[in-house]
Design a protein around this ligand. Structure first.
Ligand code: UP5
Ligand code: MG
Length: 203
């Protein structure tokens, strides 16, 4: 990988802030590939022959962060696959555009990714209160089947987010790379703000 091949936006925000929902909307408007680190980990967890299945399950349930090599490896594979698939077909400026959702959750992950893949162009930060996030996750938990959509796991996820992920956001704030978007409002309202931010860059 080199930065001339890809443009990467990190998408951050607390558990249930709406990262996945908003990424799904943004790919409809812009030529992005959406990669959710959490989704890649959940797929790896159930992949036959994976040596990481049990470890990933435990981390997800406990709201702790899977070792960076594993997650960065999955992201790199997924990016390479998307580039191969899109080769010649899309991406107007010849660059693969990626929304990397729910990553990096910890400073060492940010460093590893920027070293091995490329620096992030910017960070979309979906921000709302724990109260809102808790309500959304408990509602989703009724049908999601996600092993971490229960009160105990959610509390642990909030804690990891505050202790480990907020410093990542602060780091990128210092570099002036963060676009903060209030995600308390309706999906549609939040989407309007998010696409306005992206439009400024690609519009
Ligand atoms: N919803 C969304 N937006 C709404 C709105 N504006 N109004 C009303 N409802 C709204 O949304 C959550 C729910 O809210 C949905 O039901 C949605 O319809 C509704 P979603 O878009 O799914 O929110 P998101 O921010 O994506 O929440 P998610 O639960 O995915 O966030 P997490 O960050 O907790 O989960 P993730 O999958 O990224 O990670 C899970 C675990 O994997 C981590 O805890 C960790 O253990 C592990 N992990 C790593 O170890 N390393 C990584 O790099 C990534 C993950
Ligand atoms: Mg998500």
């Amino acid at each position: 990988f080199n930065s001339s091949q890809v443009t990467v936006f990190f998408v951050l925000g607390g558990p249930g802030a709406g990262k996945g929902t908003q990424c799904a909307r943004l790919v409809q408007d812009f030529d992005f590939v959406h990669l959710s680190a959490g989704d890649l980990l959940r797929a790896e967890q159930v992949r036959e022959g994976s040596q990481y299945g049990e470890m990933i399950r435990t981390c997800i349930r406990e709201g702790t962060i899977v070792p960076s090599e594993v997650t960065v490896g999955l992201l790199k594979n997924a990016m390479a696959a998307a580039i191969a698939e899109k080769a010649g077909a899309g991406w107007a400026d010849g660059k693969g555009r990626f929304l990397v959702d729910g990553f990096p959750r910890k400073m060492d992950q940010a460093e590893m990714f920027e070293e091995q893949v490329c620096p992030a162009s910017m960070v979309l930060f979906f921000d709302t209160t724990e109260e809102v996030m808790l309500a959304r996750l408990l509602e989703r938990g009724k049908t999601s089947g996600r092993e971490d959509d229960n009160v105990e796991s959610i509390k642990k996820r909030f804690r990891t987010y505050k202790e480990q992920t907020m410093p990542v956001i602060e780091h990128y704030e210092k570099a002036n790379k963060v676009a903060q978007i209030d995600s308390s409002q309706s999906i549609e309202e939040v989407h309007k703000h998010a696409s306005a931010v992206v439009n400024k860059i690609f519009g």
